[in-house]
Design a protein around this ligand. Structure first.
Ligand SMILES: Cc1cc2nc3c(=O)[nH]c(=O)nc-3n(C[C@H](O)[C@H](O)[C@H](O)COP(=O)(O)OP(=O)(O)OC[C@H]3O[C@@H](n4cnc5c(N)ncnc54)[C@H](O)[C@@H]3O)c2cc1C
Length: 374
């Protein structure tokens, strides 16, 4: 096999994968009609293995921890090949319960975080407001999570794209319509042509689009992906108030989750809802996000509204991604659901290691791409 990889999909997963292939000495072809137009364009960008932990998802925890561990190296290496910013920030995260019921929710979560060996520091409201004076005095409980960081997904994805193109990647601006000739004589068909890929590694990293490419496994597609929509709002902090907050602020307000992510350019991303219908920003959801965010940080009322968007997370039935071999030269890497920005470092690294016959973290054995085929 040549040291050549064809990566289908130029979201955060495909782009990070292209980059890691180049690091391993591969030539790379990226196929995407419109890179960075999917979930990556809308995402918040929290790299938050602790604050994002969910009950009953123990198999995700080691994946998230490992990806957070190797993220700084990915950022550092990408920055050697591009002058574009990544929006990577290590200021940490505050997790807040707004009222007393939200506070006791947080106490239960802290117990669970200890069980999962995810460290947090409990702060008094006074300590939290000393660190972030814009926090409302009407908050009930706060913990600080130093290890939960963030990138700006649009910036980081653009930086990755710039880096891989400067290192010589070929970009075919086309949509893949079929992957034919399963094992080992793959042909990748596009709207405007085709590529014989029998001597390349092909990586299917097309986010939700991966489930719509027909027939590549015994005449069917085994991936069960569904869109899980999320509204997210962007606002600009006026100069005299900037920075309004320096850490990511996540909270529960009357049991509804909300987060506020400060960016280097003086904007805030406020997100995100989760629903399976209506692929456009929903007015009621935008209203609720802004009301809940303002409950935690009242100064948000003074900001300039920029946009409300709605992205589709590539969800799987068990919330774990699909990562693994799907033929002698086809690897699947998709279904990263709520955590694709965080898991991009691990996913990209693992795919390249698989293609070289090297060991990958044992936790990835739960991510078999065929586990939902029936
Ligand atoms: C509102 C919101 C907030 C989020 N916040 C976070 C967060 O804070 N932290 C976190 O870790 N994750 C977050 N996520 C999840 C994260 O955005 C996704 O898991 C991640 O972006 C998935 O990346 P991807 O590259 O697999 O898919 P995408 O970004 O959707 O990219 C897929 C790419 O494939 C291309 N494509 C599709 N079909 C084809 C085809 N047939 N041929 C060629 N190309 C094709 C598309 O053009 C697109 O560029 C959030 C998501 C949303 C919606």
């Amino acid at each position: 096999m040549n040291k050549h990889a064809i990566v289908i999909g130029g979201g955060i997963i495909g782009l990070a994968t292209c980059f890691e292939f180049q690091e391993a000495g591969f030539d790379v072809t990226l196929i995407d009609p419109d890179p960075i137009s999917g979930a990556t364009h809308h995402a918040g960008g929290m790299l938050a293995p602790t604050a994002e932990v969910q009950y009953q998802q123990q198999e995700l925890v080691p994946l998230m921890k490992e990806s957070a561990r190797i993220y700084p190296s990915l950022i550092e290496r990408v920055s050697q090949y591009t002058s574009l910013p990544t929006g990577y920030r290590t200021d940490g995260t505050l997790l807040i319960g707004a009222d007393r019921a939200d506070g006791s929710h947080l106490v239960d979560l802290i117990k669970y975080l200890h069980v999962e060996d995810l460290p947090v520091d409990v702060l008094t409201t006074r300590q939290a407001r000393a660190a972030e004076p814009a926090l409302s005095p009407r908050i009930s409980k706060v913990v600080s999570i130093d290890g939960d960081h963030q990138v700006s997904p649009r910036l980081f994805a653009r930086a990755l794209f710039d880096a891989v193109i400067h290192r010589g990647a070929e970009h075919i601006q086309d949509q893949v319509t079929a992957i034919n000739g399963y094992d080992p004589c793959l042909t990748v068909s596009m709207r405007n042509g085709e590529r014989v890929a029998s001597k390349s590694i092909v990586v299917l990293a097309a986010g939700l689009g991966a489930a719509t490419i027909p027939g590549w496994f015994e005449g069917s597609n085994p991936l069960k992906l569904r869109p899980v929509y999320g509204d997210i709002v962007r606002v600009r902090v006026p100069e005299q108030l900037n920075p309004l907050v320096t850490k990511v602020v996540r909270g529960f307000v009357e049991d509804r989750p909300v987060y506020i992510i400060p960016r280097d350019d003086g904007t805030l991303a406020i997100g995100a809802t989760s629903r399976e219908d209506q692929p456009h920003p929903r007015t009621g959801a935008v209203y609720t996000l802004l009301r809940d965010a303002t409950r935690l940080v009242p100064g948000i009322e003074e900001t300039e509204f920029i946009e409300a968007t709605c992205g589709a997370r590539p969800g799987t039935p068990d919330d774990l991604p699909y990562v693994g071999w799907a033929g002698s030269n086809l690897i699947v890497s998709t279904g990263y659901f709520r955590h694709g920005i965080l898991l991009a470092a691990l996913g990209a690294n693992a795919v390249v290691r698989m293609s070289q016959g090297r060991e990958v973290p044992a936790s990835l054995s739960a991510c078999d791409p065929f586990r939902h085929k029936n």
